[in-house]
Design a protein around this ligand. Structure first.
Ligand SMILES: [Zn+2]
Ligand SMILES: [Zn+2]
Ligand SMILES: [Zn+2]
Length: 234
């Protein structure tokens, strides 16, 4: 990936160009083909930058998306992120475990920050992990789709290209095989009421009676017995 300003090579996790200082829209660079449908729209950036641009994403995607020219975040219609990522990512030929590990540990931030409002309806969006296999936090409005902060789309693409989906499938298969090998765990036998529990209840009754008649010494003794009995029996 190269800087869209000066052409200098860019590290994947470095949207800021070290040569010219341009904040590159790495996700748009990853998507490749797109055109601006409208410079402004009624969609608002959830980071408070103002109006989002409307883009037509190319490369056979036939998808419109909101794009913030300031913070470089992207707004997708419901279900559109997965379609776009699947289309943009090159098919992984093998599982690159080292690369996946690096992506999960260095690129997937756990910091959750504050809840933000949907670019369309302005209600607070839900925040969740993108999938059980990659804990990339995304913001989602159930009605209006998904907001991805700058760089998150690229992380998803990188993860797929490194074979993340295949690795997840492999892990699911392993768990299933293990389950089958172990079989169902034997049922726990029903617990009987221990005779000493009955004794404790009787003692507690006696203690209460002592309390009712104002007789404190048996009350203290019985409380001690109950307390100690409890420890021994657990
Ligand atoms: Zn540059
Ligand atoms: Zn913004
Ligand atoms: Zn909404």
């Amino acid at each position: 990936m190269n800087c869209s300003g000066c052409g200098a090579p860019l590290a994947l996790n470095q949207p800021l160009c070290p040569a010219c200082g341009l904040h590159n829209a790495v996700d748009l660079l990853a998507i490749g083909e797109y055109r601006v449908l409208a410079e402004r729209s009624r969609l608002q950036c959830p980071n408070g930058c103002g109006d989002l641009q409307l883009l037509q994403l190319g490369a056979g995607l036939d998808l419109a998306a909101g794009f913030c020219p300031q913070c470089k975040g992207l707004q997708f219609a419901p279900g559109a992120v997965q379609r776009a990522v699947d289309r943009v990512a090159r098919q992984a030929r093998e599982i690159n475990r080292e690369r996946i590990c690096t992506i999960l540990h260095q690129r997937v931030s756990q910091a959750s920050g504050r809840y933000r409002s949907c670019p369309v309806c302005r209600l607070a969006m839900d925040r969740r992990a993108y999938s059980p296999n990659i804990a990339l936090l995304i913001d989602e409005c159930p009605r209006h789709g998904t907001w991805l902060d700058a760089g998150k789309f690229t992380v998803l693409v990188e993860w797929l290209e490194a074979g993340g989906a295949q690795q997840a499938q492999e892990q699911a298969d392993n768990i299933q095989r293990l389950d089958q090998a172990i079989g169902h765990a034997p049922r726990q036998p029903r617990r009987r009421v221990a005779p000493l529990t009955v004794l404790r209840i009787v003692l507690a009754g006696a203690a209460l009676k002592g309390l009712a008649t104002g007789d404190f010494i048996p009350l203290v003794v019985l409380t001690l017995i109950i307390g100690l009995g409890w420890r021994w029996l657990r």
